[in-house]
Design a protein around this ligand. Structure first.
Ligand SMILES: C[S@@+](CC[C@H](N)C(=O)[O-])C[C@H]1O[C@@H](n2cnc3c(N)ncnc32)[C@H](O)[C@@H]1O
Length: 317
């Protein structure tokens, strides 16, 4: 499979060259047009497996993911500034071009969470909330209306922009908290959260993202849920991909690959109830996710979207 001979790879490569030659990635007609083309080019069905691409294309992919992340940050900051100028910012969220995507993504995440968590979480952490924390806003205002959200961002400017959006909202201003910190420096506080969400742009490649997941596995409470965003098919040109075997210390529960305009795949996993070293002695449930090769995934379809769960054979008994 593909180096630059694949038509899709050629198209993405052309767009990458246009993006990397832009003067800057701040929102403008040209920037918006090129990124819209890129997102449409990567829309399913594009069953490309990016792990099988040649080295040159892999290098392009990791640069493109970083460029997309930079552009997303500028886009959020731009609209957060505009929203912050309104008297009631949260009444005008629909000025953000991808607001409807967040409505769909947050509904999807809430539904998947509800399948694995029987009661309403009281405290949630959102890691990588950004200058426009739409995931937390939509989840808190439309789905988890009694839950407190602790938003973490490494960028103080992102948090100061985000905080400015809530002052006029009597409900959310009491339930949204912001912490400026690299999540890798947050330790004991992580055990307070029943659910931790990990934004797609925390960890810009698999290696960095796995480091964050390992850190969360070390400090999250046993049994707590991790919801993270990945990508599938050609959308892996836009975001890093995490596989079940990357979730060391967690029991992989499921991954959902949307086929509509929601770009991110949604992964849910549960922190093992006991330290993984005791699991390896066969004292706990079956396979550890890091034994990838021994896990067979099976897919079943739900309204055209693909849900992957794992048929885990008992290899330790
Ligand atoms: C652009 S936002 C996207 C999230 C989006 N606003 C949402 O609601 O889903 C991603 C944010 O992750 C933050 N980030 C990246 N690495 C991080 C880290 N190690 N710790 C905390 N925040 C991080 C970036 O500063 C950025 O603001």
């Amino acid at each position: 499979m593909g180096c630059q001979d694949e038509p899709l790879v050629q198209k993405v490569w052309e767009l990458y060259e246009q993006i990397s030659s832009l003067e800057n990635l701040k929102p403008s007609k040209d920037v918006n047009m090129i990124f819209t083309k890129l997102v449409l080019t990567c829309m399913p069905p594009n069953p490309i497996d990016v792990t099988k691409l040649c080295k040159k294309v892999q290098e392009m992919r990791s640069k493109l993911i970083r460029l997309c992340g930079e552009a997303e940050g500028h886009l959020e900051s731009h609209y957060s500034t505009i929203l912050g100028s309104y008297e009631n910012p949260l009444d005008h969220l629909n000025i953000f071009p991808y607001y409807s995507n967040y409505l769909k993504l947050s509904l999807l995440e809430f539904n998947i969470l509800s399948q694995h968590y029987t009661h309403v979480p009281s405290k949630i952490a959102f890691v990588g909330s950004g200058p426009l924390p739409l995931s937390s806003i939509v989840l808190a205002s439309k789905h988890l209306t009694n839950t407190t959200f602790h938003n973490y961002d490494i960028d103080p400017l992102a948090n100061s922009q985000a905080i400015g959006l809530f002052s006029s909202d009597s409900d959310l201003s009491q339930r949204m908290f912001f912490h400026t910190n690299d999540i890798m420096n947050v330790t004991n506080d992580l055990k307070d959260y029943e659910v931790v969400f990990l934004a797609a742009l925390v960890g810009m490649d698999k290696e960095d993202k796995v480091k964050v997941v390992d850190h969360l596995a070390k400090y999250m409470a046993p049994g707590a849920l991790l919801m993270l965003r990945s990508a599938h098919g050609a959308r892996a040109f836009l975001y890093p991909v995490l596989d079940p075997c990357d979730l060391r210390g967690f029991e992989f529960l499921s991954v959902f690959h949307p086929t509509d305009e929601v770009v991110n795949s949604v992964v849910i996993a549960r922190k093992y109830a006991m330290p993984t070293h005791s699991l390896e002695k066969g004292l706990g449930p079956m396979i550890l996710p890091n034994k990838c090769a021994e896990i067979q995934a099976f897919n079943h379809f739900n309204q055209g979207n693909m849900i992957e769960e794992l048929a885990i054979e008992d290899k330790l008994s």
